[in-house]
Design a protein around this ligand. Structure first.
Ligand code: PRX
Length: 633
């Protein structure tokens, strides 16, 4: 047993050089990447000008690369473009009309392929359909749909006409959806009747019915009916295909200013309700284009598969905008990763000869548990680049991914980034040496450091706060309707972007991410604010107070544990615990349901009444309680 452990230790402390077969064809060598990094920091004007000119199509060239009036920044000032022109029209015009953009598959192994030419027409029809409903530039459209081609096309249709999309993951509850619809004052909601997971149909339409009830800003609800559904559509509702069928397949792309909003995506913070992170057109387009191209090393005939969902930022940047902008062919798969059996994902890799595969550590750990025999049943030799995202990848999982999935002949790119950063910030490009568990180095234009609370750099290998020293093109521009929350990113540690993550930097400049420094829990790569779960719990009639912590979990990364104090007259019972879990599911969705709920008589608090979650966590993990001098009692 211990020899085995030593062996693993030896392996995880090793540096993994990129395999020859990767190096033979990389779009960028390590030396060239480094040279360009230097240039991006020394001469940002020249650097970004050249790349923006070479990589994107502009209706009008920018006048200035960047303006930074603390805390606000703008990029490509005066430039005009449309991201869908870069994602679709230019490929269709350049001989790729018949290249497949997406291969859709699902748990029943159904397959739909759509080419760039067909996708452009579909997007235009939806865009015209939205216009016919009165949607104009700047209006908000909420998308609550399963992972189907129509979902991605609806996002693009919004971008085509300058409407701001806000995609809500179809696992969120009616209340969570309602909050997002109301906050954005959405004019239209686009949804579908159901999605299928583990062989079961999950009703989405009734969630929307509940969410839009009484919300007056919503003028229309567009419903994609699937497989012969015949819903009786009521007032405000219109059938998706009925809406678009009569529309023209041509729709001039709206001429967008570089800094016009592209989308809002809600994400959890350490306090209060989720914040609407806003991204704008040009910087986001260029940055996601470049990171997709060079970090995934996508070549013309590659098949690329990102297993995320467009409900999250990974889906926005690396299923929709990045891959389409570079003209890639992507696989998308609706449903669970391990249904009907744990071989499902590997069968998809084999069937479509996937070359580049991008997933989250939680999935890797799940498959590790199922055992090597599942991936070994399939031919995975087409794989060349393996990506990881969403949470720290523990070295053991890294190693399994490298050896069992990659057969020790792929490069791993462990990409650290956030909803707020829009695109990859820290990783290795495929030509770089890789270190298990360490994400790597910053991408072009990104200056990172690990600092203390005052912003002074920590020594090598010492834990500190991960910061970014100046704005990059795809940085968030605002928190929807909450300027003070936006400002906080740049004032928490003065003039640096505060990521909220803890990290270390080694002697080669490789960054290792250790997890969140704040009250955000990362469950299976999804961000959940402790404050959100606590407020959901206290909205239950039996709960007086609640405190929530994240606990290490061997598959999910972290799991949620809640401590609650009951109101007078309520007794602890199994039924009550079940009911509390159900209540959180109803309030927020299944992602946020605590694995454990413990009933307490008292919660540890400071004298000023703040709950000390740190003390609860230390107690839970059997660790020293740390400084408890402020503890009330
Ligand atoms: O804690 C970091 C973790 O996920 C957080 C961002 O979550 P979200 O905005 O939902 O975006 C997830 C997809 C980009 C970060 O603050 N995180 C993300 N990627 C990594 C990571 N932690 C370690 N390693 C990563 N590669």
């Amino acid at each position: 047993m211990s020899a085995n452990k030593d062996e693993v230790l030896l392996k995880v402390n090793k540096i993994y050089n990129p395999p020859e077969r990767v190096l033979e064809k990389v779009l960028i060598t390590a030396e060239e990447f480094d040279r360009m990094y230097e240039e991006s920091i020394k001469d940002p004007e020249g650097f970004w000008s050249r790349l923006a000119e070479n990589e994107l199509h502009w209706f009008k060239k920018w006048e200035k690369i960047r303006e930074w009036e603390f805390p606000n920044y703008r990029w490509f000032i005066g430039g005009k473009l449309n991201i869908t022109y870069n994602c679709l029209d230019r490929h269709v015009k350049n001989g790729k009309r018949n290249k497949v953009a997406y291969i859709y598959t699902n748990e029943d192994n159904e397959e739909i392929k759509i080419t760039y030419g067909e996708l452009l027409e579909l997007v235009n029809k939806i865009a015209n359909g939205l216009k016919s409903l009165g949607v104009e530039k700047g209006d908000r459209v909420v998308i609550y749909m399963p992972l189907v081609i129509e979902q991605l096309a609806t996002m693009l249709a919004c971008a085509r006409i300058g409407a701001i999309h806000s995609v809500v993951y179809a696992g969120f509850s009616a209340n969570a959806l309602k909050m997002r619809i109301e906050d954005a004052k959405a004019k239209v909601v686009v949804t579908s009747t159901w999605t299928k997971r583990r062989g079961k149909k999950i009703d989405l339409k009734s969630v929307v019915d509940e969410a839009v009830d009484g919300v007056e800003t919503v003028e229309s609800i567009v419903v994609l009916q699937r497989d012969g559904d015949q819903f009786e559509l009521v007032e405000r509702e219109i059938d998706f295909y009925e809406l678009i069928e009569k529309q023209s397949p041509e729709c001039e792309p709206e001429v967008m200013d570089a800094e016009d909003p592209l989308f809002i995506l809600y994400t959890s913070g350490s306090t209060g309700k989720p914040k609407g992170v806003l991204h704008t057109v040009a910087g986001y387009n260029l940055y996601t284009h470049l990171t997709t191209k060079y970090i995934f090393d996508i070549h013309e005939d590659d098949i690329y598969w990102c297993t995320a969902d467009p409900g999250w930022i990974t889906g926005h940047s690396y299923m929709v905008y990045g891959p389409l902008s570079v003209g890639a062919t992507s696989v998308i798969a609706e449903g669970a990763p391990d249904y009907p059996d744990p071989g499902r994902w590997w069968s998809i890799v084999e069937k479509y000869r996937v070359n580049i595969f991008y997933t989250a550590p939680t999935a890797i750990r799940l498959f590790m548990k199922y055992g090597d025999e599942w991936p070994k049943k399939y031919d995975l030799s087409s794989l060349r680049i393996l990506g990881s995202v969403g949470e720290p990848i523990n070295p053991e999982a890294w190693l399994w991914y490298y050896e069992v999935i990659g057969n020790s002949r792929c490069s791993i790119v462990d990409t650290w980034w956030q909803t707020e950063t829009g695109g990859h910030m820290i990783t290795t490009v495929p030509a770089y040496p890789q270190k298990p568990g360490k994400a790597g180095k910053p991408f072009w234009g990104v200056e990172v450091d690990v600092v203390d609370r005052e912003g002074y750099p920590e020594e090598n290998n010492k834990v500190g706060y991960l910061v970014i020293k100046q704005p990059w093109p795809s940085a968030l521009r605002a928190c929807w309707g909450e300027p003070e929350r936006f400002e906080k990113y740049w004032t928490e540690i003065d003039h640096y972007y505060f990521s909220g993550d803890l990290a270390t930097k080694d002697e080669d400049g490789y960054i290792m991410i250790l997890g969140r420094a704040d009250d955000v829990i990362n469950v299976s790569g999804h961000r959940i604010g402790t404050a959100e779960v606590e407020s959901a719990l206290v909205s239950h009639p039996a709960v007086a107070e609640a405190a929530v912590i994240g606990k290490p979990h061997d598959v999910k990364g972290e799991s949620i544990k809640a401590f609650v104090i009951l109101k007078e007259g309520h007794e602890p019972s199994e039924t009550l615990i079940k009911d509390l879990k159900l209540h959180v599911r109803r309030e927020l969705g299944s992602l946020a349901v605590p694995d454990e709920i413990e009933i307490m008589d008292k919660l540890p608090k400071t004298r000023s009444g703040k709950i000390m979650r740190r003390v609860l966590k230390a107690r839970e993990l059997g660790m020293p309680l740390g400084d408890i001098s402020t503890l009330e009692d």
